[in-house]
Design a protein around this ligand. Structure first.
Ligand SMILES: [Zn+2]
Ligand SMILES: [Zn+2]
Length: 341
């Protein structure tokens, strides 16, 4: 099923297993995470592993949104240790050649939250995968983008690694005096997304606004002052408007890069342009009056409501017909059950 695919054949774990003459199959895994709303005010982010060969999904962990850290980090203090533990487990599976992570299947916002990328409205870096700017995201340049030629340079693994080098600084805290001085000058900041320095500390090579970053040696930045020295910590030095907001432990996994993210047809087509097109078409039908009732002297809002009901009635009639005439529809067809303004 996956044999012959470049993403499988060229995966470093698969290559290593082959070179070692391993007989057993390296099982391909997909990673997936997304937010799930389970009541009006409550939601969680679920992290799942898919065994690609069987299609079976396994829950790795869930994080409720009300349990997310609110120090200014937008949840990263809570997410980092969990994602990092996930990475450690996956690393173990990969280093023993049992599994290879081939695929990340989440949608755009979920991907950005974990990988530390920027949203599409960002002025400098609206796309996590290429170097397009906001000014270039306009109707004139879009037709130049094809499946074979993006028209913009890709944001490569080297670019990512260079950025992480540029935006992080590792510091060795080697005495209690240094630990206390740094701790005294840390405050929580929304603008800097976490616990940042409120002043320059030139004798330690530290600058104002640098943020103490969760890391393997310090997973919980609020516990900094309670640590034993010597201690290695990481400061995030990137400016507020940079391409990345934090490092992502997932990229420590062998073979995992931005290329691992597979952009699926559900999110990019059905829930994207197709959804917009259908919505536009519905509004055009309603505005055109073809579905409007004939009665005079009605409020405009009521006319629209009745037109929508007429569309619904026709649509459900159409489904009913399909169900009796098309056996494939009964198995695979998906039906809208709710149409609202
Ligand atoms: Zn936090
Ligand atoms: Zn792009």
């Amino acid at each position: 099923m996956v044999q012959g695919l470049p993403s499988y054949e060229n995966h470093p774990v698969v290559c290593r297993a082959r070179a070692a003459g391993q007989k057993s199959l390296v099982r391909p895994l997909g990673l997936y995470w997304d937010g799930v709303r389970y009541s009006v005010h409550s939601s969680f982010t679920g992290f799942y592993i898919t065994d690609i060969l069987s299609g079976q999904k396994f829950v790795s962990f869930l994080l409720r949104s009300e349990d997310m850290c609110r120090c200014g980090c937008r949840g990263w203090c809570s997410l980092f240790p969990l994602v990092d533990a996930w990475v450690k487990d996956l690393h173990e599976l990969q280093s023993s050649n049992q599994c290879a992570v081939l695929d990340i299947q989440c949608d755009w916002p979920a991907y950005l939250e974990i990988t530390g990328g920027r949203f599409w409205n960002h002025t400098e870096h609206p796309c996590p995968l290429c170097l397009i700017s906001q000014a270039e995201m306009n109707p004139e340049t879009v037709p130049g983008i094809t499946l074979d030629d993006l028209g913009h340079d890709l944001y490569t693994v080297e670019d990512y690694n260079n950025d992480i080098d540029k935006f992080t600084k590792e510091i060795l805290v080697d005495c209690d005096d240094m630990l206390r001085t740094i701790a005294r000058n840390l405050e929580y900041s929304t603008a800097d997304r976490g616990r940042h320095l409120i002043t320059d500390l030139p004798r330690f090579g530290l600058q104002k606004n640098w943020r103490l970053e969760p890391s393997r040696s310090l997973p919980d930045v609020s516990q900094f002052e309670n640590q034993e020295v010597p201690l290695r910590v990481i400061f995030w030095t990137g400016a507020r408007n940079e391409r990345l907001t934090h490092m992502c432990p997932l990229f420590l996994l062998e073979g995992l890069t931005h290329d691992t993210w597979s952009i699926d047809i559900l999110h990019t087509w059905h829930l994207g342009p197709m959804q917009q097109f259908i919505s536009l078409a519905m509004h055009t039908f309603i505005a055109s009056g073809v579905f409007s009732p004939r009665a005079a002297n009605m409020e405009a809002a009521d006319v629209r409501e009745l037109a929508l009901m007429a569309i619904k009635a026709e649509l459900f009639q159409f489904y009913k017909q399909l169900r009796t005439t098309d056996p494939r529809w009964r198995e695979k067809g998906s039906e809208a059950f709710c149409l609202e303004f």
